[in-house]
Design a protein around this ligand. Structure first.
Ligand SMILES: *Cc1c(COP(=O)(O)O)cnc(C)c1O
Length: 226
């Protein structure tokens, strides 16, 4: 087994333990293995070991890397976890099965138009900027309920949940709870919270998707310039 596949198995085991201690049922938490900036050759052994759910942060990188991997391994589910430029919405609809970073009306409009055109319907999550950080993706907490209504009713977006990325260095728990309260208040079943450093806390607090990169693939190579 490759070291990444072995680490994935360990991480999955830790997620399962945290889930069971929280009294949550099996299958409640999906492990999204984040292969951003990693070569296809690094991702392939994890696919070969049977894992099928992966995350990428950039549309272009997914377009380059994933067609061959998907052709080789059936049933692969690809999640966009990074911020999405409006002019890349159609490409994202073509390349991804789940989009975690919908955070504004202009983007929702473009996604809805692309969904209608492409005959693909990726599930969408609202990203909420729970730490109110400048230059970070996600809508303001106060705007979340209103955006959810617009996404659903004006655009018919297949909205399934809420995602957040807490500020670096902050205690993540209050952020996870805030994202969860937005999801629950709006009857959205999915909660995408938790990364390598805090996925056990996230799992205990109700995460249904944890996005895990370095704990599976090791340190990331530097991002290539866009
Ligand atoms: C990179 C990234 C992750 C994975 O981060 P790790 O700390 O390596 O697990 C998760 N979510 C988002 C939005 C990311 O950009």
């Amino acid at each position: 087994m490759s070291s990444s596949a072995a680490r994935l198995a360990e991480v999955a085991e830790r997620v399962a333990r945290a889930r069971a201690s929280a009294g949550r049922p099996a299958e409640a938490v999906t492990l999204v293995a984040v292969g951003k900036f990693q070569d296809a050759a690094v991702i392939e052994p994890v696919l070969a070991a049977g894992h099928r759910v992966f995350g990428e942060s950039r549309v272009r990188e997914a377009e380059v890397k994933w067609p061959a991997l998907r052709a080789h391994f059936e049933g692969t589910e690809l999640h966009l976890i990074g911020s999405l430029q409006t002019n890349r919405a159609a490409a994202a609809v073509r390349a991804f099965d789940v989009i975690h970073s919908v955070d504004r009306v202009s983007l929702a409009a473009r996604l809805a138009a692309a969904i209608a055109r492409e005959g693909r319907r990726p599930r969408c999550l609202l990203q909420v900027n729970t730490g109110d950080e400048p230059r970070k993706g996600g809508c303001a907490v106060a705007a979340a309920d209103g955006l959810i209504k617009v996404f659903r009713h004006d655009y018919g977006l297949p909205l399934v949940g809420v995602m957040c990325v807490p500020p670096a260095g902050a205690d993540p728990a209050p952020h996870f709870r805030l994202a969860r309260s937005v999801a629950e208040a709006n009857g959205l079943p999915e909660l995408s919270v938790g990364m390598s450093a805090d996925f056990e806390i996230a799992t205990a607090l109700g995460a249904t998707m944890v996005r895990i990169g370095s704990a599976v693939f090791g340190p990331r190579p530097a991002a290539r310039p866009r």
